[in-house]
Design a protein around this ligand. Structure first.
Ligand SMILES: [Zn+2]
Ligand SMILES: [Zn+2]
Length: 171
């Protein structure tokens, strides 16, 4: 949903609080679509900070359907986000273009998703001791063992494989 910033940028000392729906349905996650579920409205606080200046803070939470990094089972991962921004956005390199601001139009979904991409986990697990899939036959080892000869020399190997897989998916 887009909101109009004209009033907050022009009326000195104005503070506004509002709740708007979060409309995004999915995000890209390592080349895959991850559905957004159990959404909450976005609580916004808008604060005028002088002529054509404003501070905007948001707060929301939702679930992201990701896949377990070991067994690929869907896992609902809870995101709690509190994005904030100053407009105009000044950084060391000068004034920064924000993808979700166009003129006086402010894209609330874009604002939340920008922060979401920063906070995304590298890897999620359905449970800390997920046994993963058999590397030979692909059986989900949480549901029972198979008859393959897959000698794992050290339980720490699963950790190393997680890191290896996470890095591999990033390329
Ligand atoms: Zn798992
Ligand atoms: Zn097997």
């Amino acid at each position: 949903m887009h909101i109009d910033l004209s009033e907050i940028l022009s009326r000195e000392n104005l503070v506004k609080e509002l709740e708007v729906p979060f409309e995004a349905e999915k995000i890209r996650y390592y080349g895959d679509d991850a559905n957004i579920v159990s959404k909450q409205p976005v609580k916004l606080t808008l604060q005028n900070e002088g002529k054509n200046k404003a501070y905007i803070k948001g707060e929301t939470s939702f679930g992201l359907m990701l896949k377990c990094g070991r067994c690929l089972k869907p896992v609902e991962y809870q995101m709690r986000l509190t994005p904030e921004v100053r407009i105009p956005c000044e950084s060391e390199e000068g004034s920064e273009e924000l993808s979700y601001v166009s003129g006086h139009s402010f894209d609330v979904d874009g604002f939340v998703l920008d922060e979401c991409y920063v906070q995304l986990p590298m890897n999620v697990l359905c449970s800390e001791d997920c046994k993963g899939l058999c590397i030979k036959c692909g059986k989900n080892l949480n549901e029972g063992s198979c008859n393959c000869d897959t000698f794992v020399p050290d339980p720490r190997m699963t950790r190393i494989l997680d890191i290896y897989n996470a890095n591999k998916e990033e390329v």
